[in-house]
Structures are given as C-alpha cells and as structure tokens.
Design a protein around this ligand. Structure first.
Ligand code: FAD
Length: 312
C-alpha cells in the first residue's frame, strides 16, 4: 500500500491552495495514509490549516529558522530525510514545487514524475507533453520512492473538516551554507493571486501599452479578478513577467477567464485549458481564441470594456 508525504507550500503563515490539490491527487492512489510536512521557522499556523484537510492522517512540522524562506536547496535535504518510509513524495507543480522537488529527487537518486494530471496506478501517471497538446502515460520504477509534482490545474482542492494529528519531526540533515536568503522582491498588489484566483482577466498585445493596461486593471477590480497577460504583452513591457499566463508562464484553472486582445496562440491556451468558462474579447472575428471560448465578443476592447463595466 502507498504512503504519501506531501510537502506543504505556504507563504506568510498561510497554506497555499496547491497543497489541498496535492492531497486530492494523493487520494487517487487510494493510499494507506497521506501525511503533510510543513517546513517553516514557525510552522504552527500552517500545520493547523493542513490538519483540517480531508484525508490527511498526520501533519509533520519541521521548525527551523533556516526554513523561514522556501529555499529549495535548504528544504530538499530535510524532505529527502523525511521521505524514509514513504512510497511517494508529492509537491505542487508551482514555482515552489518545480524548484524543490527535482532537488529532492536528485538527493534520493529517484526519477521525478512531473505535472501529474491523472493517476492510473501507484506507479503509473498521466502528464501533458508538447505544450499540453498530447498526454503521455509514464511509469515510475516500482522499487524506488516516487517523487512527483502535481499539476494543480488538473485537481480540485481537498475539502476541510479533517483533524489530523500534528507532530514535531526531528530531522538530522546537513543544510547547505552556499545558498542563503538575500531578499525578496515582489510586485505590490491587493488583487487576488493569479495562480489561485477564481476569476482572471488577461490582456494581450491588443491592449497596446502599459498605460492602456489600466482599462484591464479597472475591469478586473470591478469583478474581483486577478490580472494576467499574454507573453506578447509581457515582452512588450506592458506588464511584469510574473503576470504571464501560458506554457512558459503560469498554468491556471480559474472558474472564469476573460481574454482581452489576445489572439489565442497555442502556448497561451496551454495555460488556460482547465479554466471553467472562457470569455474572449477581440476585434478580429477569425481569431483563434474564439475556437475555445465559451463566449466571444467581437469588438474593439476600448469600446466594449467600458460598456461592459458600466453594465456590471
Ligand atoms: P497577438 O498574437 O499579437 O494578438 C493580439 C490580438 O489582439 C489579436 O488577435 C488582435 O485581433 C487583438 N486586438 C488588437 N487590438 C484590439 C482591440 N483594440 N480590441 C480588441 N482586440 C484587439 N504566449 C503566451 O501568452 N504565454 C506563454 O507562456 C507563451 N510561451 C511561449 C513559449 C514559446 C516557446 C513560444 C515560441 C511562444 C510562446 N508564447 C507564449 C507566445 C505565443 O506564441 C504568442 O506569440 C503570444 O501568445 C501572442 O500574444 P497576444 O495574443 O497578446 O498577441
């Protein structure tokens, strides 16, 4: 029977929704147990949240000042030590997990399964390839621990209502000294987080300039949405890089995605194919975005958006 350890993703004392999605993916293995490990300087609040996730048997906490920031090289040796006795170690396929889990796999000398979107059996998984245009079935070696990242857009969040035991874990792992935290630079924003928002409004090259993006921000604020962008908009300097949605940006699965002035290139669509309802606003009726949109509005965004905003 499988025993799964999930590495919790958290920031500012709050558990990231990606962890609850990993729990759902782990449940698909029908495992004997699912444990979550919280590595932090002060893991108490995050552990209490993780303990409520439905299906979690135990929450392990590793309290260490070195864990104050999620530095993959610092966390990985601790996770590798803790993996003893587990058949699977899961982390989310977010920036955090994509950074950490390959280090864990390397330390365990195990191959990593990336972007798990479906579980076929304890060692057989489905994952996207070719920018999401094809799905491949991969098999991990049966005699090794399975280290995997979970494609968060493919799984719903596990519910709450659980009451897992919380245990402090002692980890004797040698931590690196060559990697240390210098500082964190992040854009200030009161808007919802792009990767977990239920509604996302994205602008593309059609928006035309950094100043013009105000129309996108205003509209997004009206409906409480996060703001994303196409790579063309990022490359043109209209918005910062962290707002990019798509193959080389963020893969998201909001309930509502509104693409404005975006043509619908395959690399962009890869990032939104799990969205619930897709709405497109584009002045070109032949734009590829209309092929996947549930609702399409052909028109000039600078005319349509203010009208839509006023109607809302
Ligand atoms: P365009 O294709 O130029 O489309 C602009 C659209 O705006 C047009 O459809 C036009 O009709 C419309 N428009 C113009 N003016 C108006 C107006 N006034 N009102 C309404 N509509 C208007 N792209 C991503 O987005 N994310 C990625 O992660 C990504 N990764 C990539 C990785 C690789 C390896 C490569 C090769 C490419 C990648 N791309 C990615 C780029 C991708 O191929 C496209 O170039 C990009 O998505 C185009 O962005 P866009 O739709 O904003 O621009």
């Amino acid at each position: 029977m499988s025993k799964v350890l999930i590495v919790a993703e958290h920031l500012d004392g709050k558990l990231n929704a990606s962890t609850a999605k990993c729990v759902t993916a782990a449940k698909a293995l029908s495992p004997e147990s699912i444990d979550v490990v919280v590595l932090a300087a002060d893991p108490a609040a995050v552990a209490a949240e993780a303990a409520q996730l439905d299906g979690v048997a135990k929450v392990l906490t590793v309290s260490n000042p070195a864990n104050a920031q999620a530095i993959a090289q610092v966390l990985a040796p601790q996770v590798a030590k803790l993996s003893e006795g587990y058949s699977h170690v899961f982390g989310p396929s977010t920036t955090f997990g994509k950074d950490l889990m390959p280090c864990v796999a390397a330390l365990l000398d195990a191959p990593q399964v990336t972007d798990v979107m479906a579980v076929e059996s304890s060692h057989t998984f489905k994952r996207p390839i070719y920018a999401g245009n094809a799905i491949i079935t991969v098999e991990a070696p049966a005699d090794q621990v399975v280290v995997a990242t979970v494609r968060t857009a493919s799984w719903s969040e596990a519910g709450t209502g659980g009451s897992a035991a919380i245990e402090a874990a002692e980890v004797q792992a040698e931590l690196p000294t060559h990697t240390r935290f210098i500082g964190l630079a992040a854009g200030e924003s009161d808007r919802p987080d792009l990767q977990s928002a239920k509604r996302v409004v994205s602008g593309g090259r059609g928006v035309g300039s950094e100043e013009n993006f105000k129309i996108i921000y205003d509209f997004a604020d009206k409906i409480g949405a996060a703001v994303g962008a196409s790579r063309a908009a990022v490359d043109a300097g209209y918005v910062p890089n962290e707002m990019q949605v798509g193959q080389t940006g963020k893969i998201i699965a909001p309930e509502l995605y509104i693409a404005i002035g975006i043509s619908g290139a395959i690399q962009h669509l890869t990032g939104i194919k799990d969205a619930g309802t897709i709405v497109a606003i584009n002045k070109d009726a032949d734009s590829a975005i209309f092929e996947i949109a549930d609702y399409g509005l052909v028109g000039d965004l600078f005319k349509v958006l203010p009208e839509l905003g006023a109607a809302l």
